[in-house]
Design a protein around this ligand. Structure first.
Ligand code: PLP
Length: 419
C-alpha cells in the first residue's frame, strides 16, 4: 500500500469508529449462553414430569434419596451421543463443569486408580492445555494450583508431537483438557489419529487422565455432523482403560441452568467417583432426570431437538461469517474460523492487537470476551485471539455487534500499519 492509500484507510477507519461510538450501542458478545428462544424449545420440560408422575422405568420413586448413578433410561439416551456404554455412564447434577471440579478435588485429596499418592501430596502437578481453549478449564487449574502448560491446537486437535513429548517426559504432567468436538473456542474436531495417539501414548505419570469434555457432542451446524473416535474404547484397547474421563451435559440441549450432566469412565474410575460422591450427596435430582427422559425420549428425540436448536443458531453463525467476510475479507487484518458446530467463532487479529480491539469495542458499547481468556493465566503471548459467542444476542443485535467489531479491527489494524 502506498503511504497515501494507507493514510486514507486510517482516516476512513477513524471516521467509521467515531460514527460507531456516537451510536451509543450496548451489545454483549461475551458468553456462549443459549438465547431465550433456544431455551423456549424446552418449555414443555417445565410441566414435566407432571402431577402423579414420579416412577422411574425400574419402578423406583424419583422423589426420594438414592441412585447415585442416575436414571438408567436417561443414561441410555445419552450413551450413544457421548460414546459411553450406559453401564459406564453416570447421570448427575446440572453441571458438567461441577463434575470436572469434583474430579480434580477428589484426585487432589484422594487417590485416583493407578496413582501412587494423592496429587495434593506431590510437589508439582501440571495439566496440558491446548490453546486456544476454554477459560473455565483454566480457572479450575488456577484455583487448585495446577500448573498449565499450553500446547498449540492444529486442525486435527492438539499438536500431538508436543503432547506426547511433554506427557512422556514429566511425571508431574497428570492430565490434559480436551474439548474433542466443535472445540471451545476454535471449533476444531479431533481426528481419529489424534484420539488414538492420546489413548495409547506413554505417559510418565501412571495416573494420567484425559479430561474429555464432550460439551458439544450433538451441537451440529451443518448437514454433515462430525463424528469423532470413541476415546473410552480406544483407551481400553490400548491397555490404558483408566485414562479417559468423559464429561457432557444437556446445558446447551435443553436448559443451561437446569439440565443434566454426565460422567463416563472405566469401572475403576466410576467406583472411585461414586465412593467419593456418596460422601457428598445422597443422590442426584432424579425428578429432573425423569423429566429429561420423558421430554427427549430417545437418541432420535435428541437429534430432532438439536435440529430445532440449529435452525435458531445457524443464521447467527452465517451472519458472523457474512459480515466478517464483507468487512474484513482481503484486508489482511483478520482471519476467522467457520465452525461446523458448537458455540464459538475465533477471530484472529494481527499480533499485538487483540487487547486493543477489545478495548476499543468496549468504548463503543460492544462487550467482547477479554483478550487472553482463551489462554492459561489469561495470557495470549501473541495477543491475537478473540473469542466470539454469537448465540445469545438477537440476530439484529449480533449483526450490529459484528459490524461494530469489524470497524474496531480496521481502526486498530490501520493504526498499527501507520506506526
Ligand atoms: N465445557 C465446555 C467446553 C463449555 O463450553 C461449557 C459452557 O460453555 C461447559 C463445559 C459448561 O458445561 P455445564 O453447563 O455442563 O457445566
Amino acid at each position: 500500500m502506498t503511504i497515501e492509500a494507507s493514510t486514507g484507510a486510517l482516516e476512513r477507519a477513524r471516521k467509521a469508529y467515531g460514527e460507531l461510538v456516537a451510536r451509543g450501542l450496548s451489545l454483549d458478545l461475551t458468553r456462549g449462553k443459549p438465547a431465550p428462544e433456544q431455551l423456549g424449545l424446552s418449555d414443555a420440560l417445565l410441566a414435566l414430569p407432571g402431577t402423579g408422575r414420579y416412577r422411574a422405568a425400574d419402578g423406583s420413586d424419583v422423589r426420594n434419596y438414592g441412585n447415585l448413578r442416575g436414571l438408567r433410561e436417561l443414561r441410555e439416551i445419552f450413551a450413544g451421543p457421548l460414546q459411553v456404554p450406559a453401564d459406564q455412564l453416570l447421570a448427575a447434577g446440572n453441571s458438567s463443569l461441577e463434575l470436572m471440579h469434583d474430579c480434580l478435588v477428589h484426585a487432589l485429596l484422594g487417590v485416583v486408580p493407578g496413582a501412587e499418592s494423592r496429587w495434593a501430596d506431590q510437589e508439582r502437578i501440571a495439566f496440558l492445555c491446548p490453546v486456544p481453549g476454554y477459560d473455565r478449564h483454566f480457572f479450575l487449574c488456577e484455583r487448585f494450583g495446577i500448573e498449565m502448560i499450553p500446547v498449540p491446537m492444529t486442525d486435527d486437535g492438539p499438536d500431538m508431537d508436543e503432547v506426547e513429548r511433554l506427557a512422556a517426559a514429566d511425571p508431574a504432567v497428570k492430565g490434559i483438557w480436551c474439548v474433542p468436538k466443535y472445540s471451545n473456542p476454535s471449533g476444531v474436531c479431533f481426528s481419529d489419529e489424534t484420539t488414538a495417539r492420546l489413548a495409547a501414548m506413554p505417559t510418565a505419570a501412571p495416573d494420567f487422565r484425559i479430561f474429555w469434555d464432550n460439551a458439544y457432542a450433538v451441537h451440529h451446524l451443518t448437514d454433515e455432523p462430525v463424528e469423532i473416535a470413541d476415546l473410552l474404547a480406544a483407551c481400553a484397547a490400548a491397555g490404558n482403560p483408566d485414562r479417559a474421563l468423559v464429561f457432557g451435559s444437556t446445558s446447551k440441549i435443553t436448559t443451561a441452568g437446569s439440565g443434566v450432566a454426565f460422567f463416563g469412565a472405566s469401572e475403576a474410575n466410576l467406583d472411585w467417583l461414586l465412593a467419593k460422591n456418596a460422601k457428598r450427596s445422597i443422590g442426584p435430582d432424579k425428578v429432573n432426570q425423569l423429566r429429561h427422559a420423558m421430554f427427549l425420549r430417545d437418541e432420535e428425540g435428541v437429534r430432532a431437538h438439536m435440529e430445532r436448536q440449529r435452525a435458531l443458531l445457524q443464521p447467527k453463525f452465517d451472519a458472523v461469517a457474512r459480515i466478517l467476510e464483507a468487512e474484513l475479507g482481503g484486508t489482511g487484518l483478520a482471519a476467522w474460523t467457520s465452525p461446523k458446530g458448537g458455540y464459538f467463532v475465533t477471530l484472529d487479529v494481527p499480533e499485538g492487537c487483540a487487547k486493543e480491539v477489545v478495548r476499543r469495542a468496549a468504548e463503543a458499547g460492544i462487550v467482547l470476551t477479554p483478550a487472553g481468556a482463551t489462554h492459561p493465566y489469561g495470557n495470549d503471548p501473541r495477543d491475537a485471539t478473540i473469542r466470539l459467542a454469537p448465540s445469545y444476542p438477537s440476530l439484529e443485535e449480533l449483526e450490529q455487534a459484528v459490524e461494530g467489531l469489524a470497524v474496531c479491527v480496521r481502526l486498530v489494524g490501520e493504526e498499527r500499519r501507520n506506526g
